[in-house]
Design a protein around this ligand. Structure first.
Ligand code: ADE
Length: 484
């Protein structure tokens, strides 16, 4: 990440950023800091950069020309300029949008940022119009200049730049992401001024410690920042994933949205039987694989046991590098009819069940970057909804696709290896395997191949070689994750 700061006081920025964790990041090259002294671009021998305001009044105004020249000296060197684009330039001002964690995450996705720091009464409006892309305030109070505000932003953004924090310091999963405050921390000694460390922290019971910390986070936020708690939105991931590809992709996305998602496994028949009701103040991530361009056909339509109350949802159609076709539109329609508002959709590539080549190793690093971008976009949409409600997105594809006959895959059953453990029977998501004969009912089977995945004895397998040849000769070129 490259930070450029246009300022009259470069040492103020250099001193703060080159200290502590950001200082370490500068040294290791994870972030780069360039300060530009606007005074060096003055056009008079006294090196003045300010003048009296037109119309009179108190204070001085920074002139347009030195600011413009300083900006241009940086702009021409930016990667954005090389791509023919305007670089992101942030003007620090109490008149800007108030800086928050979503903005931190969004700005951390950029490869370079320019900060423009004003002094005196401000900067000539005309040069702001030609340079600034974002007006940002760090809070509702007035500072003497933009330098401290720029330092605050650089610090917060740097924490989200990969590699700036060590694993222990890692920022991504901390609680501010969920609009919750951190739980209280303790270290040795065990008793200090007669005060003991809470007992649960001494037990080493990881799950209990986690639960206690979460409770403390909520309690603290309630007491100290009830306004933040209002914004907290629990995330449930409802997924259908016979061979784990969809689950992994959904988990990855959920990790960018929240610290503590609730996982609801709809591959299990039991979890599709009970109705689950969501409040408006929640977020649902519904994830399913693509079978022949649409949702897998289970007896009661997938997701039909979920009920929303104007609850926002994201739909995810995970596919094996062929295409998601109608699946996203179909999911949106099912959930809309069940009281959800679809505010986002994503189609990640996952390994294809019938080919070892299609989607191998996906989601990969680049996919995760795209998912992170999507998660930030979702957070922005949720924040915006506070003002004028959730907006349903439009999606490509037929929301009510016709029945599609999928060619059954040839299944293999090595009876001699089978120990009759019944794992395949129990775990078949559509109950297609007979308890007694262990035969597969082809009229019910969805060819998900979970039976072969769960069989420890390798008694079940399948032969999809014909399908693999077809897929590999037509769909090998890796597709990019798309989101809406
Ligand atoms: N410049 C002066 N006050 C400011 C503030 N609150 N935020 C950002 N920049 C400023």
């Amino acid at each position: 990440m490259e930070f450029h700061v246009l300022t009259l006081f470069p040492e103020m920025i250099q001193n703060t950023v080159n200290t502590s964790i950001t200082g370490r990041a500068v040294k290791s090259g994870k972030i780069r800091l360039h300060t530009v002294n606007i005074r060096d671009f003055s056009d008079n021998k006294h090196m003045r950069v300010d003048d009296y305001p037109y119309g009179g009044g108190a204070g001085m105004v920074m002139q347009a020309e030195p600011v413009w020249r300083a900006y241009e000296s940086v702009r021409v060197k930016t990667m954005a300029a090389q791509k023919g684009k305007r670089p992101r330039c942030i003007y620090l001002t109490p008149q800007g949008k108030v800086f928050n964690q979503t903005m931190v995450e969004e700005l951390a996705l950029e490869e370079e940022l320019i900060f423009l720091c004003g002094h005196y009464e401000g900067i000539d409006e005309r040069v702001l119009e030609e340079t600034v892309t974002d007006y940002v305030s760090i809070g509702d109070y007035v500072l003497t200049g933009g330098e401290l505000a720029a330092s605050v932003m650089i610090d917060a953004i740097s924490r989200f730049v990969p590699g700036v924090l060590s694993n222990e310091e890692s920022a991504q999963f901390e609680s501010m992401q969920d609009h919750l405050l951190e739980y209280p921390h303790y270290t040795r000694p065990e008793v200090w001024h007669g005060k003991e460390v809470p007992q649960v922290l001494l037990t080493g019971a990881h799950a209990k410690v986690e639960m206690w910390r979460r409770e403390q986070s909520i309690k603290r936020t309630k007491e100290r920042r009830p306004d933040l708690l209002e914004k907290n939105r629990p995330v449930t991931v409802a997924y259908f994933s016979p061979t784990d590809g969809t689950r992994k992709a959904a988990e990855a996305l959920a990790g960018f949205l929240t610290q503590s998602p609730v996982m609801l496994d709809l591959t299990r028949r039991k979890n599709r039987k009970q109705e689950i009701i969501f409040k408006e103040k929640e977020l649902l991530l519904a994830a399913a694989p693509v079978y022949g361009g649409q949702l897998p056909k289970v007896r009661e339509e997938l997701f039909s046991n979920l009920r929303g109350n104007g609850t926002p949802c994201i739909v995810m159609a995970a596919y094996g590098n062929r295409h998601y076709d109608d699946t996203l539109a179909q999911m949106k329609e099912i959930l809309r009819a069940r009281g959800f508002v679809c505010i986002g959709a994503i189609a990640p590539v996952i390994p294809h069940i019938f080919s070892e080549k299609l989607g191998a190793g996906r989601p990969d690093g680049k996919d995760l970057e795209i998912m992170k971008r999507f998660a930030v976009e979702i957070k922005k949409r949720i924040e915006r909804a506070g003002e004028d409600g959730f907006r349903e997105i439009s999606l490509p594809g037929n929301s009510k696709p016709g029945e599609k006959e999928l060619k059954p895959v040839k299944k293999l059953f090595y009876k001699e290896r089978c120990t009759n453990c019944q794992a395949c029977v129990q775990k078949c998501p559509v109950n297609a395997i007979s308890i007694g004969t262990l035969e597969i009912d082809e009229s019910v089977c969805i060819n998900c191949m979970r039976c072969s995945r769960v069989c420890r004895q390798n008694a079940r397998a399948f032969d999809a070689s014909q399908t693999a040849v077809y897929l590999e000769s037509n769909y090998l070129k890796p597709r990019e994750v798309e989101f809406f």
